[in-house]
Design a protein around this ligand. Structure first.
Ligand code: C5P
Length: 245
């Protein structure tokens, strides 16, 4: 398994390119991979990817693709040209959409001889609670829905899923240790959840079997993003040491 600094991904949910470079340059070599979500990608375009590439940072393109199979697979092909490490798409798009996306990524990798981006499926957003879930019209509890989606995604050939830390252990038990689990909703201080409902501390997420932890606002809004990152990495290292012993 990677060292802890490779397992922490910072969500660059910021509005300007100055914010992007400030955060990335302040955090420096403490973090290797950044998540570029809708706000930065739609607002700043490819500049944000170029800034990260020029600093040798890995990119997690989190556009949560969800459309008909042809549209999603062509979008995956378009994104592959930036050589991201990860691309996300919604499990709710269904097996045909997921498989079409993977086929396109495989073709791109074979043609270019470059590493294929890992495709990760979004299960249920960590901001949703049971009441929100029922309100949308789903009938089974969130946990059951997440597990069903995870198994479906594994069978469709996905590299892994994005899920809440609370669901990670059960996903790992069902889908095996090679199936990647990425957990957002990470909070050092759970009393400052923001709009996240299903949160956990970094140690809880690692204990549950998450391979990668995604954290945004607690770092972005910290007085010193670098200190906050160090703090999180220390708590991850502490847990790893304890788990070894
Ligand atoms: O600021 P915060 O730490 O809550 O950021 C979490 C990030 O993870 C956000 O960029 C959000 O879009 C993303 N995310 C999530 N829940 C998911 C998938 C992605 O919160 N299921």
């Amino acid at each position: 398994m990677d060292k802890t600094s490779n397992r922490l991904i910072i969500a660059l949910d910021v509005p300007t390119i100055e914010d992007v470079t400030r955060i990335v340059d302040t955090v420096g070599d403490a973090v290797d991979c950044y998540k570029v979500g809708m706000e930065a990608f739609y607002g700043l375009g490819h500049t944000v990817l170029a800034q990260l590439a020029s600093r040798n940072k890995k990119v997690f393109v989190d556009l949560k693709l969800h459309d008909i199979p042809t549209t999603v697979s062509k979008t995956v092909k378009a994104l592959c040209q930036f050589s991201p490490a990860f691309i996300t798409l919604h499990a709710a798009g269904g097996v045909k959409m997921l498989k079409a996306a993977m086929e396109e990524a495989d073709l791109w990798a074979a043609r270019t001889q470059r590493p294929r981006p890992k495709l990760l499926a979004i299960t249920v957003l960590t901001s949703l609670g049971e009441r929100d879930w029922v309100e949308i019209g789903y009938q089974s509890p969130i946990r059951e829905s997440v597990l069903r989606m995870a198994v479906m995604c594994k069978e469709a050939g996905m590299d892994g899923v994005v899920a809440a830390p609370q669901e990670a252990a059960a996903i790992r038990a069902l889908c095996g240790s090679d199936f990647l689990i990425v957990t957002p909703g990470i909070r050092l201080h759970p009393e400052r959840n923001g709009d996240q409902t299903r949160t956990a501390t970094p140690a809880q997420a690692l204990k549950a079997g998450a391979h990668y932890l995604v954290i945004g606002r607690p770092v972005l809004s910290a007085e010193s993003p670098r200190d906050e990152v160090k703090h999180i990495l220390n708590s991850m290292d502490e847990y790893m040491e304890k788990a070894k012993g």
